[in-house]
Design a binder for this molecule. Structure first.
Ligand code: NAD
Length: 497
C-alpha cells in the first residue's frame, strides 16, 4: 500500500477530469503522465474528445447563465477566491510535492511559486471583484431639441472562457487564468498542458470544496491538437485565454477569428540581458546565470541572449560558464539540487538539437553541451559565445538552459542587438548609471524591462508581449479588461416636464 504520510502528493493524484462539479472518466483515450526526473509513469490522464469538451463548455454555459452565478455579488466572488487561496495554502505541501513530482522543478520553487504565488495572485484578484467599475459619460448629442441624454458604461463578464496553459508553471498558470476570470464574473473551462495536468485537476476539486458552484470551474485534459483544438473551436466559448508557444498562439488566433471570439495570447520570448560595463562583475554573473538557469530555462522570459559591454565581457563570460558548470543537477526533491530535468523526453531532445545546431554553426561552446548519462530528462546548463546572428540558438526560443553571450561596444549597439528578434516579452538592463538606464528603457521593445533584476513578477504589474510575444496583458488592472465586455448605455429624457 502507498504510504501517503511520506508521499502526501500521491494522495492528490486524480485520474479523472472535473466537469460540472463531477468526476468524468469518459474520453477518447488515456495518456500517461511522467515523472521527468526518472522517466516513470505516475498517472494516466483522460483525453477529452469533442463530446467531453462540449459537456464542459455546456456546464460552464449553464453555470454562467444560472441566477446563482449571474446575480452573485462581487463580494461573494471575492470571498470564494480568498477561500481558494487559503485552501491552496492549507494543502500547500502536498500540492508543491505533486508539482515537483510531475514537472521536475525544485521543491522550493514549487512551494514559493506554484503554491505561494498562486495564493498571492488569488488574493490580489479577489480584491478586483469589488472594484470593477464603468464610467459616467458627458454626452453632447444635440438633437432632437428638448431631449437630453444620460450615458454610462457598464462592464459585464465576457461569458464562458476557454483557458489553455503550458507546463512550465502548471498551478500558477491555471490561477493566472482562473482568478481574473472569476473576479470578472465569467465561468471557465481550463485545459492544462498534457505534460502537467495533476495540480490543475486538484485545484478544480479544491474550488468545489470551498464553495464554487458546479460548472463555474471545469478542468479537462488531453493533447493540444485534440482537446485544445476542440475547445478553441467550440461555438459556445466567448473568450480564449492562451499561454504557450508563438506557433500555437498563431493557430489559436486564426481559429478564433471565424466567430470573433475574444483572444488574449501570452507567447514565447528570446529575452535579452544587457550588461553595461559599470555593473559590478559579480552581480552581472549572478544576474545572467539566474536569468537563464532559473526553472531550467523553461521560462517564457528566460534571459537567453546576454549582451555584455566590452570592458567586462571576458570576466562575465568566464564567470557565467563557471556558474553553469557548477550547478548541481538532480531530482527537484533533493535539497541541494539547482537544476532539475526538462519536462519531457521530447523537449530534452528538442533542446539538445539546438545545442547540436549551435555547435554546427561554429559558435564557441563554453559550458555544457555533453549528453546526460542516466535516468530522467536532464540537459547540462550550456553557454555559447561568438555565435553568428542568424544561428538558430540566437534567433529561436529554446526554452531550456542554453544561453548565447555576445559582446558590444556602445549603448547604441546594445539596444539594436536587444531588439533584433521577432519576440518582445522581457528584457533586463544591468547598470547603476541612471542616465544610461533612462535612455535605454524606452528604446527596448519588450512588455517588461527589468533593471538590475530579471524574471520578477507581481500581481499588480501588467505582463505581456510586444511583437510576436503576444496580445494583451495579464495581471494588474489590465487583465480584468480581458474578461469584460463594455456596454454603453444611453438614456434619453425630455429636458423639461
Ligand atoms: P505549447 O504552445 O506547445 O502548448 C501550450 C498549450 O497549448 C498546451 O496546453 C497544449 O496542449 C496546447 N495546445 C497545443 N496545440 C494546440 C492546438 N492546436 N490548439 C489548442 N491548444 C493547443 O507550449 P508549451 O510547450 O506547453 O509551453 C512552452 C511555451 O509557452 C513557450 O513558448 C513559452 O515561452 C510559452 N510561455 C509563455 C508565457 C507567457 O506568459 N508569455 C508563460 C509561460 C510559457
Amino acid at each position: 500500500m502507498i504510504n501517503t504520510d511520506q508521499q502526501p502528493e500521491l494522495a492528490a493524484i486524480r485520474e479523472y477530469m472535473v466537469i460540472d462539479g463531477q468526476p468524468c472518466t469518459d474520453g477518447v483515450g488515456r495518456l500517461p503522465v511522467f515523472n521527468p526526473a526518472t522517466g516513470e509513469v505516475i498517472a494516466q490522464q483522460i483525453e477529452a474528445g469533442p463530446q467531453q469538451v462540449d459537456l464542459a463548455v455546456q456546464a460552464a454555459r449553464r453555470a454562467f447563465e444560472s441566477s446563482a452565478w449571474r446575480a452573485s455579488l462581487p463580494a461573494t466572488r471575492e470571498r470564494l477566491l480568498l477561500a481558494l487561496a487559503d485552501r491552496i495554502e492549507a494543502e500547500g505541501e502536498s500540492l508543491a510535492r505533486l508539482e515537483t513530482l510531475n514537472n521536475g522543478k525544485l521543491l522550493a520553487i514549487s512551494q514559493m511559486l506554484e503554491v505561494g504565488a498562486s495564493a498571492q495572485w488569488l488574493r490580489y484578484m479577489a480584491g478586483w471583484a469589488t472594484k470593477i467599475t464603468g464610467d459616467t459619460l458627458s454626452l453632447s448629442i444635440p438633437f432632437p431639441p428638448g431631449v437630453k441624454y444620460h450615458g454610462y458604461t457598464q462592464p459585464e463578464p465576457v461569458g464562458v472562457v476557454a483557458a489553455i496553459v503550458p507546463w512550465n508553471f502548471p498551478l500558477l498558470m491555471a490561477v493566472w487564468k482562473i482568478a481574473p476570470a472569476i473576479a470578472a464574473g465569467c465561468t471557465i473551462v481550463l485545459k492544462p498542458a498534457e505534460e502537467t495536468p495533476l495540480t490543475a485537476l486538484r485545484l478544480a476539486e479544491l474550488a468545489l470544496e470551498v464553495g464554487f458552484p458546479p460548472g463555474v470551474i471545469n478542468v479537462i485534459t488531453g493533447r493540444g491538437e485534440i482537446t485544445g483544438a476542440a475547445l478553441v473551436a467550440h461555438p459556445d466559448v466567448n473568450k480564449i485565454a492562451f499561454t504557450g508557444s508563438t506557433e500555437v498562439g498563431k493557430l489559436i488566433a486564426h481559429a478564433a477569428v471565424d466567430d470573433m471570439k475574444r483572444v488574449s495570447l501570452e507567447l514565447g520570448g528570446k529575452s535579452p540581458v544587457v550588461i553595461m560595463d559599470d555593473c559590478p562583475v559579480d552581480l552581472a554573473i549572478q544576474g545572467a546565470a539566474g536569468a537563464i538557469f532559473f526553472n531550467q530555462g523553461q521560462v517564457c522570459t528566460a534571459g537567453s541572449r546576454v549582451f555584455i559591454q566590452d570592458g567586462i565581457y571576458d570576466q562575465v563570460v568566464e564567470g557565467l560558464a563557471a556558474a553553469a558548470d557548477s550547478l548541481k543537477m538532480g531530482s527537484g526533491f533533493d535539497g541541494d539540487t539547482q537544476i532539475g530535468p526538462m519536462i519531457s523526453a521530447r523537449h530534452r531532445d528538442r533542446v539538445s538539437r539546438y545545442i547540436d545546431e549551435g555547435r554546427a554553426s561554429g559558435a564557441q561552446l563554453l559550458a555544457g553541451g555533453q549528453t546526460w548519462q542516466g535516468a530522467g530528462y536532464f540537459v547540462h546548463p550550456t553557454v555559447f559565445a561568438n555565435a553568428t546572428p542568424d544561428a538558430s540558438i540566437v534567433r529561436e526560443e529554446i526554452f531550456g538552459p542554453v544561453v548565447v553571450a555576445a559582446r558590444f561596444q556602445q549603448e547604441e549597439d546594445a539596444v539594436r542587438l536587444a531588439n533584433d528578434t521577432r519576440f518582445g516579452l522581457g528584457a533586463s538592463i544591468w547598470s547603476n548609471d541612471l542616465a544610461r538606464v533612462q535612455r535605454m528603457v524606452p528604446r527596448i521593445q519588450a512588455g517588461t524591462v527589468w533593471v538590475n533584476t530579471h524574471n520578477m513578477l507581481d500581481p499588480s504589474m501588467p505582463f505581456g508581449g510586444y511583437k510576436q510575444s503576444g496580445v494583451g496583458r495579464e495581471h494588474g488592472r489590465a487583465v480584468i479588461s480581458n474578461y469584460i465586455e463594455t456596454k454603453s448605455v444611453c438614456i434619453a429624457y425630455p429636458d423639461s416636464v
